[in-house]
Structures are given as C-alpha cells and as structure tokens.
Ligand binder design. Structure first.
Ligand code: GLA
Length: 407
C-alpha cells in the first residue's frame, strides 16, 4: 500500500508525458525473433524458419510446454519484417497476409490464450532497418493500432531516421501516444544506441522517463567475441549506466544467444550470468524447437534467474580486475540475509586462478562470515570476509555465486 503510493508519486513526478505503465519492475523475460531468424521472409523455401505467425505460435508452445513460462519467460516478440510492404487504405500498418493469415490480432489472441504476452516491432522514421513501412509520420495511429491488436510490448528501432537529433523528441512522442491508449505496453527504445553511434550526448534521465528498456550498444551477433565486446562496453560505461537502471527501467545489452550456433556450454553460462548481473532483459533469440538440454538448463537456471529478477532491480558493476579475471557484483534486495551476487569472468583462452577475499570485492560487515553458493554447481562454501579464497576458472568461463551472511 505504502510502496504503491510512493510509486504513484514517483511516476507522477515525471509529468504527463513520461512513461506511465508500471511495467518492467524487474528485467523483462521472453523470446525475440531477430538474432536467430532475421528477415527470412521466404516461407516457400523455408516454411519452418520464416518470419510468420506459425514461427511465433510454435515458440509460444515451446515456452509453455518446456518450462520457460514457469521460469518467468513471458514475452513472445516479433521483430522486423512482419509488415506488408505498404500501409492499408486507412494508412494503418498490417501484417503480410500470407505469412500472418490470422493478422496480428489473431496471433495476439493465440499468445494470450497461452498466458503469454506479445511484442511487436516498428521504427522511428519512414522505414524499418530492413526497408519495411515504419511509424515515421504515423506514431499516434500506430500506437492505437498496436493497442487495438492487444500488443504488450513495442520495440521502436530507428536506423533509417538519418537525423538522430530528432530522436529525443520523437521517442517521447511515442511514449505519450502509448500512454494515451490506456493499454500497458512495455516500451523498448533503440534511441540511445543511435545517439551513441552519431556522437550525440545521451540524456539518460530523459530516456528513463520515456522507455522501460533501451539498447545502448551495437547488435549482438552469434559469436563469443560479440558477447565479450558488449560486456566490455557495459563495464566501461558502468558509472553512467548503473544509476539509470532500476525497477521500470533497464539498460538492454541485446538478446541471449544461448542455444544458437556459436557459444560453448561454458560461454553460454557466461552470457546468462553476465546478463543476470547486469539486470538485463532476458530475451532469448534461439530455436526452442531444437535447443539441446544443456543449453535449456542454463536458460532455466532458477537461481541465476532469481538474481536477474531481484526486486531491487540494481544493475551490477565490475568491481575488480585481478589475475586476468573480472569480478562483477550485484547488490540484492532480500528480506533477511541475502547480500550480493558475484560473477568471476575469465575472458581469456587459457585457465586463470584468482585469489581474493570478499572484502576485496567490496563485501563487508558480517561478523559471522558468509555462505557462498555456486549457482551452476549448487555447492556451498563458508568464508569469513577476510578469508582468502582461490577461484579456478577454465578458459572462457564464469563462476557465479550468491552470497549471504551465515547465521
Ligand atoms: C536493428 C536492431 C536489431 C534488429 C534489426 C532489424 O539492427 O538493432 O535489433 O531489430 O534492426 O532490422
């Protein structure tokens, strides 16, 4: 009661035009088509993998039947290339009728019948990144159309809007139109990434007032190198990015590529651990119909998900670099005695050993010492805050712990 009153005051203080949807209190979880399925629109040649309602329905079925929904994954998100090549006679967007015979409304009904939510994609500017019609001149109409269809999340891209300076006006306009629909629609903005690319200073206060999640950096690709370069960006920018994250607002380092072609099992654990510690959206882009059990288990690791979904919504930080290992810490909110999550990341192609005390990584003040649970092996160790411990890391791997005072 008290908490919701505070929330209302906080939301109200952003003013009438700010994002007012109460969503993304913890980082959103779900599935997003782009990285794995791209703009494959050839359903004749590739009916199983083309961007079509069938693809999204099949992923929704897998989310429900294979335990992902129970673990918290709830959004099924369409990306680029869903639209017909033109708007209709009333200027409305509509889905390619061959690939989406039920229309987006029909697809939304299906997704909702499974207890899931539907996300859709548009762009600021006249065309999407792949050249399909986008929202440029029709922000208000499109916001209304998405709400009518029962859409629950909107990603608004912007690569064809060449004047990036207009984004700090255009995105907040869309926020206003989304709010005006009265339907809670989680808003995912690409705006800061485009400003970054153009060398325009990013006003993150404005971004957080208008977006639930936002891309900061380049697109993820299916490679370990890409994962590492993204982590590196968030480490370098952490002093700017950590303060703007919190319930309702999260930095988005892009999709999880766990279960795709490139990451080993250890590298997949590393992406999962790092995205959890960063309080990043957990939007998988993979083929849930063919993923193998060892990758599925990583995506369903309930302890790692609990770190990601901690109610305080704090984004973790890199707190120490030592002996070739990066140590990240995320503060947690927990009713009684839970303190922190730690990730040890070895980004090297050789094994590394690092010796630290918990005190070295900024964890203090527990007279009775700590219990540390390894979130991938389940093993628990007990330590005093000043006790040195050596952590052994295989090449390209992480160790992830959840740490609580032992009482
Ligand atoms: C941009 C975005 C990607 C994806 C593609 C679609 O590159 O950053 O996430 O949406 O466009 O064309």
């Amino acid at each position: 009661m008290w908490a919701s009153a505070v929330l209302l005051v906080l939301l109200g203080s952003f003013g009438a035009n700010a994002l007012d949807n109460g969503l993304a209190r913890t980082p959103p979880m779900g599935w997003l088509a782009w990285e794995r399925f791209r703009c494959n629109v050839n359903c004749t040649a590739d009916p199983k993998n083309c961007v079509s309602e069938k693809l999204f329905m099949e992923m929704a079925d897998r989310l429900v039947e294979d335990g992902y929904k129970d673990a918290g994954y709830e959004y099924v998100n369409i990306d680029d290339c869903w639209m017909a090549k033109q708007r209709d006679a009333n200027n409305k967007l509509y889905a390619d009728p061959e690939r989406f015979p039920s229309g987006i409304k029909g697809l939304a009904d299906y997704i909702h019948s499974k207890g899931l939510k539907l996300g859709i994609y548009t762009a600021y500017g006249n065309f999407t990144c792949q050249g399909y019609p986008a929202s440029g001149m029709h922000l208000e109409l499109d916001a209304q159309t998405f709400a009518e269809w029962g859409v629950d999340m909107l990603k608004m891209d912007g690569c064809k809007q060449m004047d990036r300076h207009t984004m700090k006006k255009g995105y907040p306009q869309m926020t206003k139109y989304l709010n005006a629909t009265g339907r809670p629609i989680l808003f995912s903005c690409s705006w800061p990434d485009y400003e970054r690319g153009a060398g325009i200073p990013i006003n993150y206060t404005l971004v957080a007032e208008n977006c639930n999640i936002w891309r900061n950096y380049v697109d993820i690709q299916d490679s370990w190198q890409s994962v590492l370069s993204i982590i590196d960006y968030y480490a370098k920018e952490q002093d700017t990015l950590v303060p703007v994250a919190g319930p309702g607002n999260f930095n988005d380092p892009d999709m999880l590529i766990i279960g795709d072609f490139s990451l080993s099992v250890e590298q997949a654990k590393a992406q999962m651990a790092m995205w959890a510690i960063l309080a990043a959206p957990l939007l998988m882009s993979n083929d849930l119909r063919t993923i193998t059990p060892e990758y599925r288990d990583i995506l369903l690791n309930k302890d790692v998900i609990a770190i990601s979904q901690d109610n305080a919504g704090i984004m973790g930080k890199r707190v120490l670099q030592k002996s070739g290992v990066d140590i990240w810490r995320k503060r947690l909110q927990h009713p009684i005695d839970l303190v922190d999550a730690l990730v040890f990341l070895n980004a090297n192609s050789t094994p590394m050993n690092v010796t630290v005390t918990l005190n070295d990584v900024g964890i203090e003040s527990a007279a009775l010492g700590y219990a540390m649970q390894d979130l991938f092996s389940g093993k628990t160790i007990y330590l005093g805050q000043m006790t040195e411990q050596t952590y052994h890391l295989t090449p390209w791997s992480v160790l992830m712990y959840w740490i609580y005072t032992s009482s």
